[in-house]
Design a protein around this ligand. Structure first.
Ligand code: 1HA
Length: 270
C-alpha cells in the first residue's frame, strides 16, 4: 500500500493511506521495545491523528514482521522508570494507553510476532486486534520485575476473564495466535503475508460507517468500565450532539442577541 509519511520521527513511522493513520514502532533490532522517546513520539502522532479530519481510524503496528512490541526497553530502565536523553525516568506509556482509549476513532492493533509485556498491554487497549499466524502474546512483568496493574490487569481480565488473566500474569507463559483467538484476545488471525491487506480491509469497512455512531459506541464501551471518567467522555459526546441542534443554538443566539431564549417550540419528549 502506498503509505504516505505524515511526519518524520526517530523511533516510529507515522503514515497515512486512504483515511487510515498508521503509527508503527521502528526499532526492529530490539523487537520494537519502547523508550521514553518512542512513547513520546507515539503520543504526539496519536494526537495529530486525533486532530486530523482526514483520518478516521488508526492502525498501531511494529516494523519488521517479527515483533509488534516487546514492552519497555530494559536497557534504558533506570531508577524509577525508563530513562531518556533528559535523564528523567518515566512510565509515560500509561499516558499513551489512555490516549488510545480516549481517541474518538477506532484504533486497530496489527500484530506480527511478539506482543509482550508493555507491548502486549498496548494491543490489549486497542479497540480491535488483527494477528498474524506468527504472533505471540504474553506478559513478563513478574519475571523482569515489573507489573501493569492498570488496564494491563483489569481490562485484560474484562477481555479474557479473571482466571485466564491471572494465569497470563502469574505464569508469564507465551500464547500463540490461535490461543489468543480462542481467548477472545484478538479478533482475527491471518497468514503474515495477508496481515496488512486484512487490516486495511477491516479499516476500510469501518471508514464506511457513520463516524458519529462509531464515536458514540467507543465512548459507550469505555463508559461501562471507566466510571466517572467514562461518563465524562460519553457525556462530552452528548454535548457535541446537543451543540449541533437548533435547540442548543437558540440558547447561544439569544445570549449573543441579548434577548430571552425561546425554547417553546422544542419538544418535551415523553
Ligand atoms: O511492565 C511495564 C510497565 C508497567 C507499568 C508502567 C509502565 C510500564 C512500562 C513497560 C513495562 C514493560 O514492558 S515490562 C516488560 C518488558 N519486556 C520484556 O520483559 C520482554 C523482554 N524480551 C523478551 O522476553 C524476548 O526478547 C522475547 C520473548 C520478546 C523474544 O525472544 P527472542 O525471539 O529469543 O529474541 P531476543 O534474542 O530475546 O531479542 C532480540 C533482541 O531484542 C535482543 O537483543 P540482542 O541480544 O540481539 O542485542 C534482545 O535483548 C532485544 N530485546 C527484546 N526485548 C527487549 C529487548 N531489549 C530491551 N528491552 C526489551 N524489552
Amino acid at each position: 500500500y502506498p503509505w504516505q509519511t505524515i511526519k518524520e520521527y526517530k523511533e516510529i513511522l507515522f503514515q497515512q493511506y486512504n483515511g487510515i493513520g498508521r503509527i508503527s514502532i521502528n526499532r526492529p533490532e530490539k523487537h520494537n521495545a519502547f523508550t521514553p522517546l518512542t512513547v513520546q513520539e507515539m503520543s504526539e502522532a496519536m494526537e495529530l491523528a486525533r486532530q486530523n479530519p482526514e483520518i478516521g481510524v488508526i492502525v498501531l503496528s511494529g516494523e519488521g514482521g517479527r515483533a509488534f512490541c516487546s514492552g519497555g526497553d530494559q536497557s534504558v530502565r533506570g531508577h524509577g522508570g525508563y530513562v531518556g536523553e533528559d535523564t528523567v525516568p518515566r512510565l509515560n506509556v500509561l499516558d499513551l494507553q489512555m490516549q488510545i482509549r480516549r481517541i474518538p476513532k477506532p484504533v486497530v492493533a496489527m500484530v506480527a510476532g511478539w506482543a509482550i509485556g508493555g507491548g502486549h498491554v498496548l494491543h490489549v487497549v486497542c479497540d480491535l486486534t488483527i494477528a498474524a499466524e506468527n504472533a505471540r502474546f504474553g506478559q513478563t512483568g513478574p519475571n523482569v520485575g515489573s507489573f501493569d496493574g492498570g488496564f494491563g490487569a483489569s481490562y485484560l481480565a474484562r477481555i479474557v476473564g479473571q482466571k485466564k488473566a491471572r494465569e497470563i500474569w502469574y505464569l508469564c507463559d507465551q500464547y500463540d495466535a490461535q490461543d489468543a483467538l480462542q481467548m477472545g484476545l484478538v479478533n482475527k488471525v491471518v497468514p503474515l503475508e495477508q496481515l496488512e491487506e486484512t487490516t486495511v480491509a477491516w479499516c476500510q469497512k469501518i471508514l464506511e460507517k457513520s463516524p458519529m455512531a462509531l464515536r458514540m459506541l467507543k465512548s459507550a464501551f469505555n463508559a461501562e468500565l471507566d466510571g466517572q471518567a467514562g461518563i465524562q467522555e460519553l457525556a462530552g459526546n452528548a454535548t457535541l450532539l446537543y451543540y449541533l441542534s437548533d435547540e442548543a443554538k437558540e440558547g447561544k443566539n439569544a445570549f449573543l442577541e441579548k434577548r430571552k431564549p425561546d425554547f417553546s417550540k422544542y419538544p418535551k419528549f415523553p
